[in-house]
Design a protein around this ligand. Structure first.
Ligand code: FAD
Ligand code: MLT
Ligand code: ZN
Length: 466
């Protein structure tokens, strides 16, 4: 089908303003926000309803045109960026952004895939509840992208990955059928839980158009604190003490290297209120019941006395809380401004974090002299962002392999929360066992036999014998 015929047919479905063809406007769809991944879309299409999504997918499926689903474009693995063939159609959910319903008693929200995460959070808060998915990109990331990457973030320790929030899902399959399972049930064992196939699939199996999310009660009492700790090992001792003394109230336990906060001070003009230290821990706890602050103060006294922490501050106001969080949430942007950085979004069993960091620091320093490690992350759930700032001409693949081999040796994963996208395809194929990869390819072939859903992302399909 010629470009003109395709664009005309798409305009019939989504209206004149729903198809982007202007080269300047297409730039947003051709490049990820860090400008690391670049492609060339044939056009971008913005449907207004699930029916329109289905009609667009049917048209593309008939013509064997590949579709790249697109949310807020905040992903860090290049999953929403088209290839450079100029043939792929980007499908943005931005015009499907309604919050359809909030059920206060059942603590659920039905929301369209294009809704920005922060908008959904605010609506939950206004209803006296909370949506406990939280990450620094929440002002731009959209629900469809969040669920398609099974995003993690800073609340996973208490509330789990995004997957655990999903009670119901509506999808458009690769063939353009609408499958609606927008049930708001906490218990539903009637057959296969098919929605799990689409969550975390990074748009390679179909398009998420709406979801029912499980909300949570609002915790009225919240304590946010920053601690300086001498080593990652000491940080884990603080984590153990926190789990013991304040238990399930712990929302977040974020580890940040002193070097990460130096980047933030340099590029974002945000400074820690504590003296310099090799490592810091940001802790947030909340509860519906009073008495939490006393418990956190007692915990602080304990870890300072034991020497597990060397200094600390507890926020006295919402403004101070926000200032402490700003330190943590500015790291990604500060790193992007520092120059070329290679991301390693890894997880290891929590107890192995210190060993992993120790081994990786030594190996990277030896193999890539002059590179600088920017290590931080959600240590409370074993997820370290082991990002490395390095020269433009350094061998990034060799670095990825070096770090991932150490991760695999520690029993870890090469992607804790960002997904595979186009960035980690070859590393996934290198690091995962063949039977697991074969199972994944069988699912892909069953749901998308023509291979038109986000091809080249998560896996390649060239291998034989699946
Ligand atoms: P996009 O980037 O647009 O797309 C991501 C993937 O989902 C692509 O493969 C795309 O094809 C697919 N997709 C998008 N919408 C749909 C849909 N409706 N149906 C099917 N497939 C779809 N991630 C974390 O997990 N934890 C963090 O703490 C975190 N912090 C971040 C901090 C910053 C400053 C930034 C910039 C990013 C961060 N991220 C984090 C990464 C990113 O924000 C998340 O992965 C987010 O889930 C992506 O949402 P998005 O709407 O921007 O998706
Ligand atoms: C974060 O937790 O801030 C991001 O997921 C990490 C990153 O940018 O590498
Ligand atoms: Zn993260």
């Amino acid at each position: 089908m010629s470009d003109t015929l395709l664009i005309d047919a798409l305009r019939v479905i989504v209206g004149e303003r729903g198809v982007v063809t202007d080269p300047h406007d297409l730039e947003n769809y051709n490049v990820d926000w860090r400008h690391v991944f670049k492609g060339q879309a044939r056009c971008a299409v913005l449907p207004r309803s699930t029916q329109e999504v289905a009609a667009v997918v049917r048209l593309c499926a008939d013509q064997r045109i590949a579709i790249v689903p697109y949310g807020g474009n905040t992903g860090l693995s290049g999953g929403a960026t088209p290839d450079d063939s100029g043939r792929q159609v980007v499908l943005s959910l931005a015009r499907m952004n309604a919050i359809r319903d909030i059920d206060v008693l059942g603590e659920t929200m039905e929301v369209e895939a294009g809704c920005i995460l922060q908008t959904a959070q605010d609506a939950a808060t206004q209803a006296g509840l909370m949506l406990p998915i939280s990450l620094a990109a929440e002002g731009s990331a959209r629900i469809g992208g969040i669920l398609s990457t099974n995003a993690g973030g800073t609340n996973v320790l208490r509330y789990g990955m995004s997957r655990t929030r999903v009670l119901g899902l509506e999808v458009v399959t690769a063939q353009g059928e609408i499958v609606s399972g927008l049930r708001r049930l906490r218990k539903d064992n009637a057959g296969y839980d098919w929605k799990q196939w689409f969550i975390g699939a990074e748009g390679t199996l179909g398009i998420i158009t709406a979801a029912v999310l499980q909300l949570a009660p609002q915790a009225r009492h919240r304590v946010t604190a920053l601690l300086a700790v001498p080593t990652p090992d000491a940080a884990l001792k603080v984590l153990r003490a926190a789990r013991h003394h304040i238990g399930e109230t712990l929302n977040a336990f974020e580890l940040m290297s002193g070097a990460a906060l130096e980047l933030v001070a340099r590029h974002q003009a945000v400074k820690t209120p504590l003296a310099s230290s090799d490592w810091f821990v940001l802790v947030e706890a909340s509860s519906c019941l009073p008495g939490l602050r006393d418990a956190v103060e007692a915990l602080f006294a304990l870890v300072l006395e034991e020497g597990e922490a060397t200094d600390g501050v507890i926020a006295e106001s919402e403004r101070q809380e926000a200032e402490l969080w700003l330190l943590r949430e500015s790291i990604t942007e500060a790193e992007a401004r520092e120059g070329r950085s290679l991301k390693h979004d890894v997880s290891v069993p929590i107890a192995r974090i210190p060993a992993f960091l120790h081994e990786a620091d030594a190996a990277v320093a030896q193999a890539f002299p002059g590179s600088r490690v920017n290590a931080f992350g959600h240590a409370g759930d074993g997820n370290i962002h082991y990002n490395v700032i390095m020269r433009a001409d350094a061998d990034g693949h060799a670095l990825n392999r070096l770090v991932h081999d150490l991760v695999v040796r520690q029993g870890g994963s090469i992607s804790a929360e960002h997904g595979i996208g186009q960035y980690r395809v070859s590393e996934l194929e290198r690091c995962r066992a063949a039977p697991e990869l074969q199972l994944a390819r069988r699912i892909k072939r069953a749901l998308d036999p023509a291979g038109t859903m986000n091809p080249g992302k998560v896996m390649t399909l060239t291998q034989q014998a699946d």
